[in-house]
Write a protein that binds this ligand. Structure first.
Ligand SMILES: [Zn+2]
Length: 309
């Protein structure tokens, strides 16, 4: 398998303060883990390019993007608070544009057969970013910007977004809730942040709530039972993964007890679906994961699976 790894050092310029779990060190811990095991040498490495305004405003109205840009503080000015724990520094929009651009680049690589699948090691994350509301450490919905690129530039019709972050992908649900061509499958601890869209009234939104303390075998059973039938009906031509690793048992925020092998398993399960319906096309995008060591090891397992190891 040709697995492409797309990142950019400028994704680390967004910094919400030394106490904040969504820190630039998250990207370095993934890189270190990949380099230690030599898996890094088996990947094709690319730098992200910033998403263009045209690509971003397919998902977020121009006025919303402009208001984010206007909210951003000057260099050396205090951080600007967007919600209780989402803050902007002077480089936030630069990093967010780069994160979204990584997904656009990954989408192109997969659809031009330059890679079998892609992992985007980016931040800030995106799955909580609704169409007109930034929240939960997220500013732009990186995955949705990739989805729209696949649809509008390559004519891909049916897409699935699979989100195994410990938090519900409310942003992606908000964007696609009335768009049956995009199937969104999200597993999440419940009840838990962000407490939105939990009762799905839409056939294309598959919610898989998990009780606190849920372990790997329970998780596997629940996602298989809820996601697979929906994916078999939807027959996605391409799959995006909102790859959050905060359902790991060592994560300081989530209370779900997955281990590294569960992330390997869920990735393989998604790859089986992609092989059957989607010509193997997968673009996986980093979302949460706040224990630096668990983030490094679980992401490593995820990428090993993508690479076909
Ligand atoms: Zn999360």
């Amino acid at each position: 398998m040709i697995t492409s790894y797309i990142s950019h050092s400028e994704c680390m310029l967004h910094d919400m303060g030394p106490w904040h779990p969504e820190s630039p060190h998250r990207i370095s811990s993934i890189n270190q883990q990949l380099e230690r095991s030599a898996l890094a040498q088996e990947l094709q490495h690319y730098n992200a390019r910033p998403a263009t305004e045209e690509q971003i405003i397919r998902v977020h109205p121009k006025a919303h993007v402009l208001s984010l840009e206007l909210s951003q503080p000057e260099e050396n000015a205090p951080l600007v608070q967007i919600d209780d724990d989402t803050l902007m520094n002077h480089q936030t929009m630069h990093a967010a544009t780069m994160a979204a651009g990584a997904v656009v680049r990954g989408t192109e690589q997969v659809l031009k057969n330059q890679a079998d699948n892609v992992f985007c090691a980016v931040r800030p994350p995106g799955h909580h970013a609704e169409r007109v509301e930034s929240m939960g450490f997220c500013f732009l919905n990186n995955v949705a910007i990739g989805v729209e690129h696949a649809r509008q530039n390559f004519g891909i019709k049916r897409i699935a977004v699979i989100d195994f972050d410990v938090h519900h992908g409310n942003g992606t649900v908000d964007i696609y809730k009335n768009d049956p061509d995009v199937l969104v499958c999200s597993s999440f601890q419940h009840p838990f942040f962000p407490w939105r869209f939990v009762d799905s009234e839409w056939d294309n939104i598959i919610n898989t709530p998990l009780n606190a303390g849920c372990n790997g075998p329970e998780f596997r059973k629940l996602v298989e039972a809820s996601w697979l039938p929906a994916l078999q009906i939807h027959r996605p031509e391409m799959i995006f993964i909102s790859a959050g690793f905060d359902a790991h048992k060592d994560d300081p925020i989530g209370e779900i007890n997955l281990v590294d092998d569960d992330f390997f398993w869920v990735t393989k399960m998604i790859m089986d679906v992609a092989r059957t319906y989607s010509d193997g096309r997968i673009v996986s995008v980093l979302e949460g994961g706040y224990s630096l060591s668990a983030l490094g090891s679980a992401t490593h397992k995820h990428i090993e699976a993508l690479k076909g190891l």
